[in-house]
Design a protein around this ligand. Structure first.
Ligand code: FES
Ligand code: FE2
Length: 440
């Protein structure tokens, strides 16, 4: 080659050397060598690379879980209707099934006395207004400039406008959207445009409020008493990891009764959250593993009852995951579960709020220290998965006022006697509450 081109001029020689195929070959070789060296590098350092990728993914998940609380919700018709086949008329068939369902007998008053969660604290900003329909009431929730959450009846005593729909916060008052009358946190009319003095004796009902575990609570009392206990509960320095939320078709009492119903734990919650296959093929319980529960319910002092739970995840004889749970039932609508797990502590704060006589909004808010934020986020889903099994039963059952109790049900009996303290002679009966909408 060198000889054949030695007689050519430098320019021609250059052209000859750089003909197309040589260039392509050169780059192909270069690419091949590069790929070879990359593969060699990956092979030599595969352990470090895999570990780094895992580390980055874990750090990313932790970062996301720390800054972004997760949210999971299910509506009234989402759970417990799997027996109704799919098709265009499925929603109508679910509605018919709900309407055909018997309600039960000896149903207690639907709105017990106590604190009930009505909103997420974070949803009620300073100057914000929320419409809330709970306990058979239409309420207006607002946060004044003082940063305090206030609650008043929704309807303006002037001409009946809904303060929560279009109303505005002025200082620590709520202003009606219709003629701009303002009402204080105590419900008293403070000002009327064009009138020197606000009319005397004009007011709307105001409700005691509190904030605990990331929620705004109101005190409901059929006898009109002031709050009978305080709400000084907080997750402290622990961070909020998210919540799951369910609309459940059951009486309010039945949700916390689940904790005292020791027998149902291993009947309903044994099969693994990893798969539902074991429900169909029980022998798989030994291979996939299952949850084993023990529980002790104690009628505590006054408005608080205690429950201790143990949970073990077992495969064959091996206990893979032990959790101790200390539970406090605080009044009719609030349960705090403190979980001691191998991956660190978790707080699950449950609120149950009646939005209609047999319709409850149940929310589980999860909190944990920063280091196990990802585990806290996972608990939001795990707990929801377990809870859905109860919801499927609640959405289809009747309320049994006088059950055929057996020995293992003694804690249910004790629970019902404890819970009865939250009713009083002024409590609206179930029948009255059901006809409330027709009360005109
Ligand atoms: S209706 Fe509220 S000010 Fe008139
Ligand atoms: Fe349960």
């Amino acid at each position: 080659m060198a000889d054949s081109i030695s007689h050519l001029s430098p320019a021609k020689c250059y052209d000859a050397m750089l003909n197309k195929s040589d260039v392509l070959l050169f780059f192909a070789n270069m690419t091949l060598n590069f790929v070879r060296s990359v593969i060699g590098f990956l092979q030599e350092n595969s352990t470090i690379i895999i570990a780094s990728v895992i580390l980055v993914v874990v750090l990313y998940v932790c970062y996301k879980c720390y800054w972004n609380p997760v949210f999971y919700s299910k509506e009234l018709t989402d759970i417990g209707f799997e027996h109704i086949p799919s098709g265009p008329d499925r929603p109508a068939r679910i509605t018919r099934a709900q309407q055909a369902r018997k309600l039960g007998h000896k149903i207690p008053p639907p709105y017990p006395n106590g604190w009930f969660a009505v909103a997420e604290s974070s949803d009620l900003k300073v100057g914000g207004v929320l419409a809330v329909d709970v306990l058979g009431q239409n309420l207006c929730l607002f946060r004044g400039e003082d940063g305090v959450a206030h609650c008043v009846d929704a309807y303006c005593p002037h001409l009946g406008a809904n303060l929560a729909i279009g109303g505005a916060v002025q200082g620590n008052c709520i202003e009606c959207p219709f003629h701009k009358w303002t009402f204080g946190a105590d419900g008293v009319c403070k000002s009327v445009p064009g009138v020197e003095k606000a009319p005397k004796g004009v007011s709307i009902k105001s409700w005691h409020t509190a904030e605990a575990d990331g929620a705004v609570w109101i005190w409901h009392d059929a006898a009109g008493r002031d709050p009978q206990w305080g709400m000084e509960y907080s997750p402290g320095a622990w961070g909020y990891r998210g919540r799951n939320e369910f609309i459940v078709n059951a009486h309010v009492q039945e949700i916390p009764e689940n904790g005292a119903d020791v027998a149902h734990l291993n009947a309903v919650h044994a099969s693994s959250v990893v798969t539902t296959l074991a429900e169909k093929y029980p022998f798989l319980l030994n291979i996939i593993g299952c949850h084993v529960w023990t529980a002790t319910w104690n009628k505590g002092e006054g408005h608080i009852a205690d429950l201790t739970l143990t949970h073990d995840y077992k495969i064959l004889k091996y206990n893979l995951f032990h959790i101790d749970v200390t539970v406090q039932q605080i009044g009719p609508g609030y349960v705090r579960l403190m979980l001691k797990t191998p991956l660190g502590p978790i707080l699950v704060s449950q609120s149950v709020t009646p939005i209609a006589p047999l319709t409850q909004r149940v929310v589980h808010r999860v909190f944990s220290p920063a280091y196990n934020a990802a585990w806290g986020a996972l608990v939001v889903y795990n707990e929801a998965y377990m809870f859905e099994r109860d919801v499927a039963i609640w959405n289809n059952k009747i309320f049994v006022g006088a059950p055929a109790f057996v020995k293992t049900d003694k804690t249910i009996k004790a629970f019902r006697s404890w819970f009865s303290q939250f009713y009083c002679e002024n409590s609206k009966s179930f029948r009255e509450a059901m006809t409330n909408d027709l009360d005109w």
